[in-house]
Design a protein around this ligand. Structure first.
Ligand SMILES: [Zn+2]
Length: 299
């Protein structure tokens, strides 16, 4: 019977309301919102819509625990609330080809392989905080890293990162230029998007390479990178160096800071900020929650 109260609602939801949209209990919703600082001051009407979208995600997507993780109500709601934020003013159709979300307790190993110049295939295991699988695949998350993103000062957000990839995969493989939707993105042009993002990506990559350090190969190094920059008296980068890996990662990492700590992005790459605001149809810089993050950005 242990833990039953925690799990009761979600289990009941799956058996009793399989075909209908569930109502997330108000207390559970509020406790999750309180733990996501970038949601706290969303206007009431936006929060109500976010709850509604979260409930639709719970009703239509499976959330599966892996490596022994039991999915609690809290885990489910914390994840769908953040996934819903990206499409708050868009449509859940953007997640249509995603059957569900798989959650590991912590970073998970994924087998990688690459052919070298001599034609020899190398295989190794890479520990990931999250992964978005294209061609109708799932989003895979490490719960430990999801929780790490809820820190008040964090600029990283693994849920937003992976769901931004999922949105970017509407055309196939992620490339940093998501498909524009009729009825939502009139006036946005692919050529403008590609020109603005390519210029920002190239500039950001130059800045990162000028650090004369190897690029981190894992998002978890973000805070360490920031601290080292700060200690060295360098102007902080507006987002994690992982964005310099390729244009798809630039879009996903820029989407993270757009929602979580947008001031540095708006200052350093205002055209990218404006295009993201037009794509997501949101203006997070105006939200009062921005103040603490912007304070941090200008330390
Ligand atoms: Zn990524």
């Amino acid at each position: 019977m242990h833990n039953l109260s925690k799990l009761n609602w979600l289990r009941g939801l799956r058996t009793l309301f399989r075909r209908n949209k569930p109502n997330i209990p108000a207390e559970l919703w509020q406790s999750c919102v309180n733990r996501l600082p970038f949601l706290r001051n969303l206007p009431v009407a936006d929060l109500a819509r976010l709850k509604n979208l979260s409930e639709q995600l719970l009703a239509t997507k499976t959330i599966t625990g892996a490596a022994g993780l039991e999915i609690t109500d809290e885990i489910a709601v914390m994840i769908v609330a953040q996934a819903a934020l990206l499409v708050l003013n868009l449509t859940l159709d953007l997640y249509e080809d995603m059957p569900g979300i798989v959650v590991y307790p912590s970073a998970f190993l994924v087998k990688q392989k690459q052919m070298d110049g001599a034609g020899v295939m190398h295989e190794w295991g890479e520990a990931l905080a999250g992964q978005a699988i294209d061609a109708g695949g799932a989003v895979v998350l490490s719960w430990e890293d999801v929780m790490g993103s809820t820190d008040f000062w964090s600029r990283r957000n693994v849920v937003i990162h992976e769901f931004a990839h999922k949105i970017d995969m509407q055309r196939g493989r992620a490339n940093g230029c998501p498909r524009f939707l009729a009825g939502y993105h009139e006036g946005l042009q692919v050529e403008t998007w590609q020109r603005v993002f390519a210029a920002a990506y190239n500039d950001f990559r130059r800045r990162v390479l000028s650090l004369e350090r190897p690029l981190p190969d894992h998002p978890a190094l973000a805070e360490e990178t920031l601290r080292q920059l700060h200690e060295a008296g360098r102007r902080p980068l507006p987002m994690d160096t992982y964005a310099a890996k390729n244009p798809a990662e630039f879009f996903a990492v820029a989407s993270e800071v757009f929602f979580v700590a947008p001031s540095g992005l708006a200052i350093d790459y205002p055209d990218v900020y404006r295009l993201l605001a037009r794509y997501y149809r949101q203006e997070p810089i105006a939200a009062p929650t921005e103040t603490p993050n912007s304070m941090r950005m200008h330390l």
